[in-house]
Design a protein around this ligand. Sequence first.
Ligand code: SF4
Ligand code: SF4
Length: 471
Amino acid sequence: MSELIPVRQMDPSHPSDKIYVRDTEGLYQRIRAFSLWALMGLYFGAVWINVNGQQIVHFDLPARQFHLFGATFWPQDFFLLSLMLLICAFGLCFITSLVGRVWCGYTCPQTAWTFVFMWLEEKVEGSRNQRIKLDRRGPTLNRLRKKSLKHGLWLLVALGTGVTFIGYFYPIRELVPDLATFSMSNGWAGFFIGFFTLATYLNAGWMREKVCLHMCPYARFQSAMFDEDTFTVCYDGPRGEPRGPRKKNSDQRTQGLGDCVDCGICVQVCPTGIDIRQGLQYECINCGLCVDACNQVMDRMDYPRGLIRYTSANALNGLASGWLRPRVLIYGASLILMATLVVVLASTRPALYLEVMRDRGGLYQTGPGELIENTYNLKLTNRSPQRETFDLRVAGPEGTRLLQSLQVTLDSGQNRTVPAVVQIPASKISASRSDLTFTASSQDNPALGISTDSTFFGPAPRPGSPSRNAP
Ligand code: SF4
Ligand code: SF4
């Protein structure tokens, strides 16, 4: 595979570092627009969808619960969440090994927001040529008006992005009225809205492709997932070279020219400002815009389409090319394995959690009637779909009992911590540590119960003395 070479072709018509992206039309632009608008719609819309009174995506940090499309995850599910993130990472590797950086070109949030910001820029300031002229013209009233409108719109989108993002943590139906009435009790929410607004405005409005080129680590290690069969945007050099301008319908073969008319449009439409004719480069986000642009040129020249196209290095060189390769199979098998594990773990998650925490105040107390006491905090989480009342019990050495009987009623998804004092007669304690088992069981649903082991501390028997509970 040709190595990913860092070549950045500046637009010769505007030698500053700014890239003026030219709008184009075509199949890949349509797919891209559909994908990016749909993702934006999902981002701004999902936060407003409630099912059974619960926001479908809500990271409820104070309650330590993550609600994701009807499923609720607690801190105990950390392993499951980590596995899901791992699946996403392997999914990215799998897709990249097959079709290169299509994630970057069609779904990455940086691409999506940049796309919307560029769309607004074009609506306000006009086409690429009009934007270049506007910037060259120097300060005028018209320029000031257009720039103010553009930046105002960018800030509005950025603010909407910031509010929506925080709405995934702080219920959006409370957040928006609180913001509108300046009655927000949580100052951190205000701080993070400001932070994400600024970050969006700078990333999508000002930095754009620089984020992909200099800040995104994925651009740097993507080559490790590429091979000669990876499907990516390529320029057909043997067909296109030697490049050169010519009139339509002239016979380029007699002029010794290839199919590339050297119009430079593929460079002008590129969001990262590179020239794909110089080979595969790490800046290329595989968006296919140069394919669309070049196909239009080919149509105008009555040449076959596909001078720039999605293909693999092997296919371009006339070699056999296939989808099933060792790395694809390894990524795919790992994905299937992890997805199966997630399904099994998720479907066998207990509907009840009982966490037992010993009181740190002391090892034990001696109560009335030679009773040794240990204090615990029992945290019970009801993950069943309905409200339940649970009896809490304890089992251990003979005579083990709770100081008070404990009953806890919990709504679905609710958790509560209750203190519990366990008593054991001193005469029944044979070691400084005894095993205990706490049990929680539903009063109405016999199948719903859970046990958790813990330790009871008592006075150590004196060396050589007979066991306290010996007959
Ligand atoms: S758009 Fe096509 S014809 Fe024009 S310069 Fe690029 S590769 Fe050549
Ligand atoms: S070279 Fe083509 S595919 Fe790559 S980023 Fe530029 S326009 Fe997109």
